[in-house]
Design a protein around this ligand. Structure first.
Ligand SMILES: C[S@@+](CC[C@H](N)C(=O)[O-])C[C@H]1O[C@@H](n2cnc3c(N)ncnc32)[C@H](O)[C@@H]1O
Length: 335
């Protein structure tokens, strides 16, 4: 039997497991190691287990890492050294999974954290797609800390980063900014300098900032306040109103429409459809769909049906930086 650690958002565990089950119906969840981190078992070897997700990113899975050995914490360092000797070119990706009971707060005081610091100091290399990865997850199972260890190739994995968490060198003024950076990378979108973008629900302004950093001219629509620096930018036009109010006055057409409005997913989809006439035929749409329990899947399906009146849904991804939401890449539907 083969074991792996599945990582996803704690809000989307059931959907992530179903996403795997569609390809591997016999997968068994052995334990929840941490919110959104499950130990799973399958008869399929890891390279075949991961294969369905290699060419096209899954929606809910953030990461899958193989587990070929599990040891108690006091044996971990020695065992990891042996693995690194056997795979001398491997890059170590170590992480601690927050405790199910005590959460992230208990980590800093834990013996696992002392080990993690030591491991990270001795191995600060960044993975490339050609790298071999030694994944080490330190997790507390039944009150005892353990190390879950496994080797895979970075280009086999859903993400080349530990737990699927991409490090960013650019600083964003708020968490929302990382959503757009991650969406651009995951969806393979290249923004073109000089294009016009409409940012719906723009405040306080991290998405507008990312669009400006790519050289786009931005019309930012939000009923709340934007970062003052953006208001002084001559290539940002701020419309301090709701997207509903702005619709009859829209100054399009735009090459890009982004929408991160805090709004019911179906209402947001309907507004996005109304804005489709202001998007260029070869333009792109990026939006987040805010989902709530219960039955997020039904809410998503209904929102997709609304969006398909005007758009082709190119890709859907529950991004690592998303909370209870998914991110969509849209293209206008050509009649
Ligand atoms: C998650 S925040 C957006 C963060 C933004 N993307 C950023 O990067 O800073 C949600 C925004 O939606 C805006 N919003 C809520 N309802 C709206 C509506 N009807 N029309 C336009 N914006 C709306 C809120 O004012 C808030 O600024």
């Amino acid at each position: 039997m083969n074991h792996s650690i599945l990582t996803c958002s704690p809000y989307f565990v059931e959907l992530a497991v179903n996403e795997i089950r569609r390809h591997h119906p016999s997968v068994v969840v052995l334990a929840t190691l941490s919110p959104g981190c499950l130990l799973v078992q399958t008869s399929t070897p890891f390279d075949q287990f991961i294969r369905p997700f290699r060419d096209r990113l899954p929606i809910y899975l953030h990461h899958l890492a193989p587990v070929q050995q599990t040891v108690a914490l006091h044996q971990a360092e020695q065992t990891i050294e042996k693995w690194l000797c056997r795979h001398s070119t491997a890059i170590l990706q170590a992480r601690i999974l927050p405790d199910m009971v005590n959460g992230a707060d208990a980590i800093s005081m834990s013996p696992a954290n002392v080990l993690l610091q030591r491991l990270q100091q001795s191995n600060g290399k960044t993975a490339t797609s050609a790298s071999k990865i030694l994944s080490v997850a330190l997790a507390r199972q039944n009150t005892k800390w353990k190390a879950f260890i496994g080797v895979s190739w970075a280009n086999q994995n859903i993400s080349p980063y530990a737990g699927g968490v991409r490090p960013y060198s650019v600083q964003m003024p708020n968490r929302a900014g990382y959503k757009l950076l991650e969406a651009l990378t995951d969806f393979g979108i290249r923004l073109r300098a000089g294009d016009r973008a409409l940012d719906l629900g723009a405040a306080p302004g991290a998405w507008t900032m990312v669009l400006r950093q790519h050289g786009l001219k931005v019309t930012a629509v939000a009923p709340t306040e934007m970062y003052p620096d953006l208001l002084n930018d001559p290539l940002v036009v701020y419309r301090g109103m709701t997207a509903e109010e702005y619709l009859p006055h829209a100054e399009g057409p735009f090459e890009v429409i982004v929408n991160d409005m805090r709004m019911d997913a179906q209402d947001s989809s309907r507004l996005m459809v109304s804005y489709a006439r202001h998007l260029q035929a070869d333009g792109i749409g990026i939006m987040t769909l805010k989902l709530r329990q219960p039955n997020m899947r039904r809410l998503m399906d209904h929102s997709f049906r609304i969006l398909r009146r005007a758009y082709k849904i190119m890709q859907v991804r529950q991004l690592v930086s998303n909370r209870q939401e998914v991110c969509l890449f849209l293209r206008p539907k050509i009649e």
